[in-house]
Design a protein around this ligand. Structure first.
Ligand code: FMN
Length: 190
């Protein structure tokens, strides 16, 4: 089970929301790994469609940045959390680059992410989080992934790092998401 944090703030609200989901997964002995896009370099998609010719589950257009390494981990994982802050009512630019490139490569290969479990985690100060939630879910659904729900859409409210902890309903939504994700992963593993 991996989570990818698309925030440039490595210990910010998106990170903290992911940790809440991770806590619930850990209670069910599900191993987790966090990838911080803040540490990575992911160029935008060039739309070269090299991936449609090579069909090797790799991006051939920009093979020398961090996308292929992350995609390899996504392909090995049985579940993927994509976390993003809300930036102008959309995902962060690093998350968008990941969605475009990992999404196109996966689509050209099966899709190779088919039937993995996917969940979105969003941080927001005020508005635009459901657009981010939708953008992340579009990625999962077009890749034929399976998406568990929670008691609300998976977003937490806060501006400064840590503010999200004061959003009680948001925290509970992430907890319930973790529980539902664990339940689903276990069912699918049978
Ligand atoms: C460039 C930028 C754009 C932002 N746009 C929005 C926005 O459209 N709506 C909003 O409510 N908050 C917006 N925010 C605030 C962040 O979504 C909020 O601080 C969030 O908690 C950041 O998550 P993080 O700590 O994981 O980076 C923006 C922040 C930045 C830096």
């Amino acid at each position: 089970m991996i989570a990818i944090n698309g925030s440039p703030r490595k210990a910010g609200n998106t990170f903290q929301a992911i940790q809440i989901v991770f806590e619930e997964l850990a209670k069910e002995n599900i191993e987790t790994e966090l990838i911080q896009l803040a540490d990575k370099r992911i160029e935008p998609c060039k739309a070269c469609y090299t991936c449609s010719k090579t069909k090797n589950n790799k991006c051939g257009g920009t093979p020398d940045d961090d996308l292929n390494g992350i995609l390899e981990k996504m392909l090995k994982a049985d579940g993927i959390i994509l976390g993003s802050p809300t930036f102008f009512a959309n995902v962060s630019s690093s998350m968008k680059a990941l969605i475009d490139r990992a999404g196109l490569v996966a689509k050209m290969n099966g899709p190779s992410l088919k039937r993995k479990v996917g969940a979105a985690v969003v941080a927001v100060r005020r508005q635009g989080a459901t657009d981010v939630f939708s953008a992340l879910n579009y990625f999962f659904l077009i890749n034929e992934m399976i998406v568990p729900g929670s008691t609300y859409w998976n977003l937490g409210i806060g501006l400064a790092p840590g503010d999200i902890q004061k959003d009680g309903e948001g925290v509970q939504t992430f907890r319930n998401l973790g529980k539902n994700m664990a339940w689903l992963l276990k069912k699918l593993a049978k």
